[in-house]
Design a protein around this ligand. Structure first.
Ligand code: PMP
Length: 404
């Protein structure tokens, strides 16, 4: 299949209906293709029922659709088994569930390594765990180029380290993490690796077996799927050993006045009615992604990022946060325009149809490392094109005139 961004864009009703809309906030959420909208409507119209409970055909069909969705996630992640996939409400929920389950067996003095580049979702749960369990946190700093300083791994990962919780890619700088180096540092001391894949998952199917990590979290809404669904993938041998976090229907074996036994994973981690149509919609999004030519799409996204980085580098009032080159990065570019507040800038750009995010992007420790409070962020997805960059560059010129 050959790749034509304009044809792809036509599959997205929200974008196709408004040629003047330049949606460059894909790191916050991606748009929905027609295939996913159709899958959602079809499920809710013809197959809606609760799962894992009823024994009439409609309920059995809903359960089958929900379990098929698990298999689509397995394929997308190239995981070994579908029963390693836990559905959650998103990356944040996935990381919190893992922090509670994995954290339950930590002792005072055990160490967790995180990094300064983390989204608050992969930062604050570990601070809370530090308070609950007395675990110690070690935070890898950024290197001079704004990437996570993996040269400091050997020093940060001690014999007391139990877990490295690290992002696959920064939602601000776009820098990708060399997970092979992280995994080998963890293995050397018998620690586990949890990866925040919220950003990376939007840019093509993954291979958790090749990555060699133990757990991986991502959100449906950033992968052309619905809100309210996400994934916590955990290697089977580890998942089986973890205690439940939320309690309620669907996660138990037998409940009596005296005691309760728990279901096997993944049901053990899915208390209550799960996001059923959302999981079906996510599966449609991931199957849609699996059908696309990713080598061409990555080249396209990289070309867009290179063009924007070059344009910004030529503006003497622009400061880019993080790497200026496209090697090992996602098409996410954060920057500041001297003397202009990020919110003012995104408002003026927004009035012109250019959608960018301004603020700290839930990454205050990272912004502090760059000596700023906030930035504006342009993030490209597969349907973006040169017209979006033209509009952004024109918008920056207009903002200089209006705001200075
Ligand atoms: N981690 C990263 C790197 C992110 O970019 C985001 C979303 N901004 C999250 C975690 C949280 O994702 P969600 O809000 O979907 O739970």
């Amino acid at each position: 299949m050959s790749f034509d961004p304009a044809a792809l864009r036509r599959q997205f009703p929200l974008l196709a209906g408004d040629p003047e809309l330049h949606y460059l906030d894909n790191a916050a959420t991606a748009q929905l293709p027609q295939a996913v909208l159709d899958a959602l409507v079809a499920h809710e119209t013809h197959a809606r029922a609760n799962v894992q409970r009823g024994s009439y055909p409609l309920a059995e069909g809903a359960t089958e659709a929900y379990e098929r969705a698990r298999e689509s996630v397995r394929r997308f992640l190239n995981a070994g088994r579908a029963d390693e996939v836990v559905f959650t409400s998103g990356t944040t929920a996935a990381i919190n569930v893992f922090a509670h389950a994995f954290g339950a067996r930590l002792a005072a003095g055990d160490e967790i390594v995180i990094t300064r580049a983390e989204h608050h979702s992969n930062f604050v749960p570990w601070q809370l765990l530090r308070e609950r369990r007395g675990a110690a946190l070690r935070v890898l700093p950024l290197a001079g180029d704004g990437r996570i300083d993996l040269a400091r791994l050997a020093e940060a990962v001690t014999a007391r380290c139990r877990l490295i919780a690290i992002t696959h890619a920064s939602n601000v700088t776009g820098a990708l993490t060399d997970l092979a180096a992280v995994v080998s540092a963890a293995r050397a001391v018998g620690a586990r690796v949890l990866v925040d894949g919220a950003q990376a998952a939007q840019h093509g199917p993954l291979d958790v077996q090749r990555l060699g990590v133990d757990a991986y979290a991502f959100s449906g809404h950033k992968c052309f799927g619905p809100n309210g669904v996400g994934v916590l993938w955990v290697r089977r041998e580890l998942l089986e050993s973890l205690p439940p976090v939320f309690a309620g229907g669907g996660m138990v074996g037998r409940v009596s006045l005296e005691e309760t036994t728990f279901a096997d994973a993944p049901a053990r981690f899915e208390a209550g009615t799960p996001p059923i149509a959302q999981a079906v919609g996510l599966a449609a999004a991931l199957e849609w992604m699996l059908s696309l030519p990713w080598a061409e799409i990555r080249a396209h996204e990289e070309r867009l990022a290179r063009r924007l980085l070059a344009a910004l580098a030529g503006m003497d009032d622009v400061a880019i946060l993080g790497p200026r080159e496209t090697r090992e990065r996602l098409p996410i570019v954060a920057f500041n325009l001297r003397g202009i507040h990020s919110h003012d800038l995104t408002q003026v750009l927004g009035d012109g149809g250019v959608c960018l995010r301004g603020g700290h992007h839930c990454a205050q420790p990272l912004h502090a490392a760059f000596g700023v409070e906030a930035s504006v962020r342009a993030s490209f997805a597969l349907y973006n094109d040169d017209a979006d960059i033209d509009a952004l560059i024109a918008g920056l010129a207009a903002a200089r005139r209006t705001l200075r």
